[in-house]
Design a protein around this ligand. Sequence first.
Ligand code: NAP
Length: 340
Amino acid sequence: MAVTNRKWVLSARPKGMVERDNFSWKEEPVPSIGDGEFLVRNLWLSCDPAQRAWMEIDTYIPVLPLGEVMLSGSAGKVVASNHPGFAEGDLVAGAFGWQDYAVSNGGGFFPVSTVPPGIDLPAALSLFGITGLTAYIGLLDVGQPKPGETVLVSGAAGAVGSLVCQIAKLKDCRVIGIAGGAAKCEWLRSELGVDDAIDYKGEDVLARIGELCPDGVDVFFDNVGGEILDAALDHIAIGARVVLCGAISGYSDFEQRPGIRNYHQLIVRRGAMRGFLIFDHMARVPQAIGDLASWAAAGKIKNKVDVVEGLENAPDALNRLFTGQNLGKQLVKVADAPVS
Ligand SMILES: NC(=O)c1ccc[n+]([C@@H]2O[C@H](COP(=O)([O-])OP(=O)(O)OC[C@H]3O[C@@H](n4cnc5c(N)ncnc54)[C@H](OP(=O)(O)O)[C@@H]3O)[C@@H](O)[C@H]2O)c1
């Protein structure tokens, strides 16, 4: 076992985009474990837009204190344990942060789970992690799409959005994705099988939604917020469900977030707009995992992961979410599995 724990700590709150200067690199001895604790060798990190919010504001968790290791979802291997529920060699997922080694007691806001046999760690952090569960439960439970309905998805070429598009197609919906750039739109059409896609960086989103959804949008699954949410609201169908999953367009400037002008359409079209947090829906996880696993095994769903190598590159990997460089789920590979 290496004797050094490399880590990134939060050293300054971001102003605007995430920068490397928001973090400091530290190298310290690997921590020791006490009673009821175990030591995890981090192998993969999950990159999530919410990390940008955790760096600056209180959300469903308090703002991350300066000087703390940067919080992130991650997966790794237990290399020492004084905990009855976790044994040396177990593969686990949790919030172990941007570091090589983490001490855990298994609890906290993001409880540690054991990765089932047959699921690799990138899949545990994407299709079978928060990402896949958010797509499945957000679309099916909150959006409640019916066969033949039109589902519009923003952030459609990202981690959650790309799964939402595919699940909506499996439920026999007509699916329109919104993404940044012609290449992402072509990937959505040719690889994921959406009915059409809108390039919000090169096209008039308001006009294109109107052209592609002449009978209105029945379900809008929104990962982005801001102007795209406003444009979609102007085209909702009677009885539409607007699923507020995320609002990444406002995460880099919490003081200047744009307002919504077209909310009156919720009245006119008798629509419902609902925010949700995946952590409130844990009772649905077994069903979701079962369905996602059977769709993946049957080749009906593609789980695209986008890998940046090296813990030292974690700040740049996180930044890719905000510049739109990622396709599918952004991960950081920290290390290969240790021998013991
Ligand atoms: N409610 C929940 O429980 C829950 C759980 C997980 C995630 N989420 C939310 O779900 C959303 C998607 O998360 P993810 O992990 O799947 O991330 P992601 O979609 O893989 O990555 C973020 C994507 O957002 C797009 N983007 C960035 N800035 C934008 C802007 N200003 N305007 C429009 N699009 C922009 C980029 O794609 P383009 O190239 O297309 O711009 C980028 O690829 C996030 O808002 C996240 O906070 C919510």
